[in-house]
Design a protein around this ligand. Structure first.
Ligand SMILES: Cc1cc2nc3c(=O)[nH]c(=O)nc-3n(C[C@H](O)[C@H](O)[C@H](O)COP(=O)(O)O)c2cc1C
Length: 178
């Protein structure tokens, strides 16, 4: 897709079909997550897990429901990209770096014609529980990794359309002109 079209189509999708995301699409989304700037070149302290295991996604939904009462935090999406950091990552930059990785993958999903959403709520909830939650322990990832940010991806029931730009953020132009 043309880049401006990707930006215009991008929205946070909260409804998905059961259709899985293909392996080829998953690889492209992960590659987008790797093509990021990371402050202080701290790449070694970040990791991305692409989760399609229905048992893990179900466990996440159940655990989130039990702790927050908010049900499935990823709205039934068949793919969850979990961005993680190690204890050695610079603490003041983790959310910045993880956010940039998330946005790259969110936009790549749109580029592939998929729906997607950046998610932090369940990480806030479950990171405060032992071992960052049972869903996280059940994946048996290498020791020391800690969830930082997530992106859910899947097929949308209806095609996504371009949205008109509605100004939601204040912007300023400082160009020295009177
Ligand atoms: C850092 C971050 C965390 C977010 N966490 C959640 C979340 O936990 N659950 C959710 O439904 N949406 C989440 N969102 C999506 C925002 O709610 C959404 O981007 C915002 O409402 C604007 O809507 P739009 O993306 O469709 O333009 C998050 C977005 C960002 C950037």
């Amino acid at each position: 897709m043309e880049f401006d079209h990707v930006l215009a189509v991008r929205s946070s999708v909260r409804r998905y079909t059961d259709e899985p995301v293909s392996e080829e699409e998953i690889e492209k989304i992960i590659a987008a997550g790797e093509r990021v700037p990371v402050g202080h070149f701290d790449f070694k302290n970040y990791a991305i897990a692409a989760i399609t295991d229905k048992k893990i996604l179900q466990l996440l939904a159940e655990e989130n429901q039990a702790l927050s009462g908010r049900g499935d935090p990823i709205y039934g999406a068949p793919l969850l990209l979990l961005i993680m950091s190690t204890p050695e990552a610079r603490a003041d930059s983790i959310k910045l770096n993880a956010g940039i990785m998330a946005e790259n993958m969110h936009l790549k999903a749109v580029d592939l014609g998929l729906g997607s959403i950046c998610i932090y709520s369940f990480i806030r909830t479950l990171n405060s529980t032992e071992g960052y939650g049972r869903y996280f322990q059940a994946m048996h990832l290498p020791e020391g990794l800690q969830p930082a940010m997530a992106v859910a991806v899947g097929h949308t029931p209806v095609p996504q359309r371009e949205r008109r730009l509605v100004p939601r953020i204040k912007t300023f132009r400082i160009d020295g002109k009177e």
